[in-house]
Design a protein around this ligand. Structure first.
Ligand code: PMP
Length: 425
């Protein structure tokens, strides 16, 4: 560790809140980013396989140019007429199912989910909320309350009575196992629905991120959505981690599970790192929200954010990034599945497109989740120049969610490095 790095760590400790964490045993001092690479203060290059926020690549020139051009011209808010917001909102709507055609702008995934909950609760006049165990939806009070990942974790407190968690739909290690467990998990939804008296909001990710890069078993999402609809409830799709083509086979995570939500919240990758986020809903839900109380957000929908978001959408199309996610992701998934056959520490490999997870296990029969080995692997990967991270309720899932320009060569490098590290563990 250099003196500069050491000083920055000391200064952080002195000035910043101690609840902020740093990645890796020896924290990185990254000073520059370009495409799918990050560079530290000593000039070392790291292949970034974990930053899904920088969706089209770090410091994409077209994103910078779009933001800068608008920043030089004007930055105001939604109380003035402006074409930028309309151009961008129109492009977003085109990507959505027809019924989702009313757009709100916010500044973070948390803010989007908070607004999504407000919209749903206002429409239903009910605050009954159903979530998936292990899920994370944001850092606001309203979202910690609906994020089992947080309220069941260190420092968490019991959620309010209106929040109900379904067992995590994990076909590998969950309450019900195997490919055919979708129906069983959906039955758990029925149990909750019988207990509540007013219409529910179901807030979920179609593919879970912090829950451990988890694809629910076949049919679960569809059945869960159907049950909510027959109980006059609403479904919110949290696309903060998985949207914008990352799934490869679909532009949105909910599409890849063949469901259509009533409200969608977008964040992270939407602005390639710029603090932009969006909620999209139906005319009926937006109309009922329009009850005389103004929706105003100082920054949400400002022209600079909209110009940035528009550039991101255009790049996804121009550079065919969804196709890249599908092709590179599939190849990487196959390589990781090969490693799963070779290394007993790998319990499960899963995911879609460029959103993959490798679950690390230990014990005589490799039936125990191993946060320790997963953390060791992630640190060794970093020492070998590749950045990945861990997540899941037991923090034993290595998550791979690189910028969408990740290529075949990057995928091979990642798989080969993981292989050689596992051989030595
Ligand atoms: N939803 C999901 C699924 C997330 O993963 C996150 C952040 N990790 C959020 C919401 C919150 O987003 P933000 O950090 O931008 O508030």
């Amino acid at each position: 560790m250099t003196d500069i790095t050491d000083n920055i760590i000391k200064q952080r400790k002195r000035i910043l809140s101690p609840s902020l964490s740093l990645s890796y045993n020896e924290p990185l001092h990254i000073i520059r980013g370009r495409r799918q690479y990050l560079y530290d203060a000593d000039g070392n290059e790291f292949l970034d396989a974990t930053n899904n926020i920088q969706h089209v690549g770090h410091c994409h020139p077209k994103v910078i140019e779009a933001a800068l051009r608008q920043l030089k011209k004007l930055n105001t808010n939604t109380r003035y007429l402006d074409k930028t917001i309309l151009d961008y909102a129109s492009l977003l709507i085109q990507k959505m199912p027809n019924k989702l055609n009313k757009v709100f702008f916010t500044n973070s995934g948390s803010e989007s989910n908070d607004l999504a909950l407000r919209l749903a609760r206002n429409y239903l006049q009910s605050n009954e909320t159903i979530v998936l165990d292990g899920a994370y939806h944001g850092h606001l009070i309203s979202l910690i309350e609906v994020s089992p990942y947080k309220y069941n974790g260190p420092g968490g407190i019991k959620p309010p009575k209106n929040v109900h968690a379904l067992p995590i739909p994990d076909p590998f290690r969950g309450k019900y196992r195997g490919k055919d467990s979708g129906e069983k998990y959906a039955e758990e939804m029925d149990i909750i629905l019988k207990k509540i008296k007013t219409p529910p909001t179901f807030l979920s990710e179609s593919i879970m991120g912090c829950g451990g890069q988890l694809i629910p078993p076949e049919g679960f999402m569809k059945k869960a959505y159907d049950l909510i609809k027959t109980n006059d409830g609403l479904c919110i799709a949290d696309e903060v981690q998985i949207g914008f083509g990352r799934m490869g086979d679909a532009f949105w995570g909910f599409e890849s599970q063949s469901v259509v939500p009533d409200i969608v919240s977008l964040g992270k990758s939407i602005g390639n790192g710029h603090p932009l986020s969006v909620v999209i809903t139906t005319k009926e839900i937006a109309d009922r929200f329009n009850n005389g109380m103004e929706y105003f957000n100082s920054y949400g929908g400002n022209p600079v954010s909209c110009a940035t978001g528009k550039a991101v959408l255009e790049i996804i199309e121009e550079e065919e990034l969804q196709k890249n996610a599908r092709e590179v992701g599939l190849r990487l998934l196959k390589m990781l599945q090969e490693l799963e056959r070779k290394h007993e520490q790998i319990g499960d490999v899963r995911g879609k497109g460029l959103f993959l997870g490798v679950e690390i296990m230990e014990g005589s029969d490799y039936s125990q989740p191993s946060k320790e080995i997963a953390t060791t692997i992630v640190n060794k990967m970093k020492d070998s120049g590749i950045l990945v991270s861990t997540d899941g309720p037991d923090h034993n899932v290595i998550k791979i969610k690189p910028p969408m320009i990740f290529n075949f060569q990057n995928a091979c490098q990642l798989a080969e490095t993981l292989d050689s590290i596992l051989l030595k563990i």
